[in-house]
Design a protein around this ligand. Structure first.
Ligand SMILES: [Fe+2]
Length: 327
């Protein structure tokens, strides 16, 4: 299946969804403005408990309110893993069931009364959850090369980014799509997920999707594959050249690196996981801060943040292991 025309028409795909506006009043006056804080996550591969816990801990640790979470593909969007799952994910899931935990974070189940998510997902995502565990930001993700390629193309209803779950907390921004975050002009974000040499119907992107972004003046470009790691003249590099974003944020490699080409800064984020000490993997996330004027800043989480939460203490809701064992 290929993308429908809507994702290939830049005029049609740009949409300012009122539901994704920050939850407080932004002003372009830097003396009055509450900064806009956006957390960006590397590959999650289904580790949504850790991903959402990480956002909660970032808010407490830095005393900030996160407005949005952006994710650069390989979220682990497998809404029906028993039916559609790629071979690599099936192999990893045999050792780590978190790889296929997306249904638990998106679909009510009769184990939880038929109207609720699992207890840990409720604690972090439910509108009625206690403030001490709840995250209010939404998570906007792009296509990776390990996500449900059959379901993603249909997720363009209800405006972009399109909600894919019960509480509308996970939203998909399709290839060629753009969105604005923040008040007024805000920050214009574009998406081109998948791989340069992938199959557009499975793990790549099409020429039309890449061309939908051409010439847009982007502030942020989200790609799954880092453009500097593609050959000169690649479609990813050409999109960067024609959109001149301030930041290009990517994942896929499962390590962190940073590069500056002229005024374009490339940041590749590592994967969201716990290391052997039970600390979150440094380099897997960053915080973009924008004060309503000028260019945003982007700081990547390092060892100091990771070391502040030793021994899996970054996880917000206890009992996760017991829950995983019941699946
Ligand atoms: Fe990937």
């Amino acid at each position: 299946m290929v993308w429908s025309g809507v994702a290939c028409d830049s005029a049609a795909v740009e949409h300012q969804n009122p539901n994704i506006e920050p939850r407080w009043n932004m002003s372009t006056d830097p003396d009055r403005a509450e900064p806009l804080h956006i957390v960006v996550l590397g590959d999650v591969h289904g580790r949504l408990h850790l991903a959402w816990s990480l956002v909660k801990r970032i808010e407490a640790h830095y005393r900030i309110k996160v407005a949005h979470v952006l994710q650069v593909g390989d979220l682990g969007f497998w809404p029906r893993p028993a039916e559609v799952l790629d071979r690599a994910t099936r192999r990893h899931a045999a050792k780590d069931p978190e790889e296929i935990s997306f249904p638990e974070w998106s679909q009510p189940d009769r184990r939880w009364g038929g109207t609720r998510l699992s207890p840990r997902a409720e604690a972090l995502l439910a509108p009625a959850a206690p403030r001490g565990t709840r995250v209010d930001a939404d998570l906007i993700f792009i296509k990776g090369n390990h996500d449900d390629w059959e379901r993603l193309p249909g997720l363009t209803s209800g405006g972009l980014p399109s909600p894919v779950d019960h509480y509308e907390r996970h939203r998909f921004l399709p290839n060629g799509g753009t969105m604005r975050l923040g008040d007024g002009e805000g920050i214009l974000v574009g998406a081109l997920g998948g791989l340069e040499h992938g199959d557009p119907a499975r793990d790549g992107f099409s020429n039309a999707e890449a061309e939908a972004l051409a010439g847009r003046r982007l502030d942020l470009l989200l790609t799954h594959e880092p453009p500097p790691r593609t050959p000169p003249g690649s479609r990813l590099r050409r999109v960067v050249e024609s959109t001149s974003p301030r930041f290009v944020l990517s994942g896929h490699l499962h390590w962190h690196e940073r590069d500056l080409w002229g005024e374009v800064e490339f940041v590749t984020l590592s994967d969201v996981r716990l290391n052997e000490r039970g600390e979150v993997n440094a380099g897997c996330a960053g915080i973009l801060t924008w004060r309503g004027v000028g260019v945003p800043s982007f700081e990547v989480l390092g060892d100091d943040f990771a070391g502040a939460f030793p021994g899996r203490s970054i996880l917000v809701y206890p009992g996760d292991d017991a829950l995983a064992a019941t699946r």
